[in-house]
Design a protein around this ligand. Sequence first.
Ligand code: ATP
Ligand code: MG
Length: 758
Amino acid sequence: MSEHKDFLRTIVEEDLQKGKYKEIITRFPPEPNGFPHIGHAKSICINFGIAKDYKGHCNLRMDDTNPTTEDTKYVEALKDAVKWLGFDWGDTVYYTSDYFGKIYDYAIELIKMGKAYVDSLNEEEIREYRGTVTQPGRRSVYAQRSIEENLDLLERMRKGEFKEGEHVLRAKIDMSAANMKMRDPLLYRIRHAHHFRTQNEWCIYPMYDFAHCLSDYIEGVSHSICTLEFENNRDIYDWLLDELNLTPPRPYQHEFARLGINYTVMSKRKLLELVNGNYVNGWDDPRMPTIAGYKRRGYTPESILNFCDQIGIAKANSMVDVSLLEFCIRDDLNKKAPRVMCVLDPIKVTIENYEGAEEIEASYYPHDVPKEGSRKIPFSKEVYIEREDFEENPPKDYNRLTLEQPVRLRHAYIITCKEVIKDANGNIVEIKAEYNPNSKSGQDTSGIKVKSAIQWVCAKKAKTIEVRLYDRLYKNEAPEELEDLNPDSLHIIKNALIEPAVITDKADERFQFERQGYFYADPIDYTDEHPVFNKIVGLKDSWAKKTKEAESAPKLQPKAAPKQETPKVQVAGSEAPMSEVQKALFEKYTNELKLNSEVANILARDEKLSSFYEEALRVLNSPVNLANIIANEVARELKEKELKELKFTALHIAELIKMVDDETISNKIAKQIFEEMAQTGESPTKIVESKGLVQISDPAVILPIIHEIIAKNLDNVEKFKAGNTKLLGFFVGQVLKATNGKANPQVVNELVAQQLNA
Ligand code: ATP
Ligand code: MG
């Protein structure tokens, strides 16, 4: 069970204590109209997780009430996703369509109680009669129909005697209810469509609000957990279950915050658009935020589960930084993946004083990974190294091969550059080098100092592979339109070279290509003749830096393959073993404070950072968030400065992170404040106050702004209602603008959608 009890588990425990239910039954109820995404993973973890924690059961239920968009291929994708994440729904997959008969009977019962009627207003009139947020609605004249007439009409609707839209069944609740959803909600509508399971048996289909609560009840669900946008639907849920005089116990609905991640979209409708428009290569394209996409890219189920655990369960919507997800996969693979050498952009090096050939035994794993295994790496006179690991005119801090500076070939010898061969255009085509025979890794007596070790492959024995590098699917953080897609999200390298053991030995399917990142043998396209690897994630978060570069030079940036910085802590072999003190810190950080090993490693090895961290921890118990900012932002500052030269202290950092934890500011704003603080030394609270950066998530503050903007743009509201859904973005944009970007975009998005659809 998760360590911190979230509000949902608190409710479940109270209900168990009160004896409200004998068994905890939850359900994961997706509509099979697309592949599940990472947001669904959150819902899966919550529903299956709670059932597991309290020894209950979680049903997998296909919410298939909309015949025109649903399909069995989506049912299969949903089952795959749940299974892959390691959850078990038992023997039966449930379908709302299995209850169509029962739901129909409940409708008849409501009519007989005088609580439902067949309405014959058209769609337009229904909307008009409903009123607005500020004005009550009025009831249709058809609400006066007799019970007999209603029963007869519903029967004939079912028999297919009417056209779509001619009649609907509505609950008779309250046309002036403050909650607009309660203004006589629709229960059934006519759809002359083929359903993938019930075929042509039905031509009327129950609406979500009617079918969902009843399906929950029929299945004996105790806790019906859904996302916040259904908050207003809860009144309908309760009304229906209460009015129908059902045998107790009945389920109750509880809402949690939807997951949003930046640089991607999280709606099946939008994802379908990408698939249908061939903007990506199918639902399982490794750039997609779908579970199938992550799976194909090489993410592990453990990393996704850990991510869902890290983000927690809250009642306030927020946008999660995608780097957290990347952190989770890196953290997982760091413990598991064999380290191998691959050269993505090869340049030939001829070692002139080396004759013959040898095989070098090298471990797949660094010393701090509790796994064993090794392979033989062929070595000979001709090797390939990464083009960018040689510089003729190196910048100051360049620590790889230059005309003057030797470098170690990882696991092998130290080489020195002797000559550079260029083609007619001045491009380097080959490097002539010499090696030192006494410098072999592990038995080096040469006394030569090098600043780094680089990857290489043997020219004769290396295998050619295709490597697919992925970048963010969208170029901006909160994408709205197709134009926001990142045109360079896929970069294919056809002729990368890899050491042969990776192909023949197959120690695993996921590898760390040293200094490049983690890679996965593509489960679909990989063959022995044509090996294909997907880049799962880089070795460290290089995005923060990249965005900055992009901001300062937004245009004319020729985009090469995403470059991975030489990682500070990952050059295995050049990394010194930890001292006892460092080891103890590392243990504490990973075991007690639950930091991932990468962050723990950075902090434990650097005394300045660890003491800074410990000091911040003394005033704020937020180990993970503090560690992240200290291992990234503070570490960056400390590269160039001494501790006492910093304009801020550990207390300032704690103050800043406190505001993030309280959701006063977003993570993004926190980074902005950090930059300002590092320059001016001003306290973060002051900066937030003076710049008015407090994030606004309170619907009570945001709603009036939305109403005002809606009132000013009634023409666009009309267009939206007529089907121009792209205008949603327009309204969201207006609201964000009106709040100077301080409104929580996710909350605005949902409120705007809710208001426009009301
Ligand atoms: P989409 O808008 O992507 O189609 P949805 O809410 O319509 O999503 P469903 O298939 O109806 O998708 O959802 C199944 C379950 O998953 C629901 O309980 C829903 O609340 C939950 N869910 C969907 N998206 C998210 C998300 N982003 N974060 C958390 N839970 C989600
Ligand atoms: Mg949906």
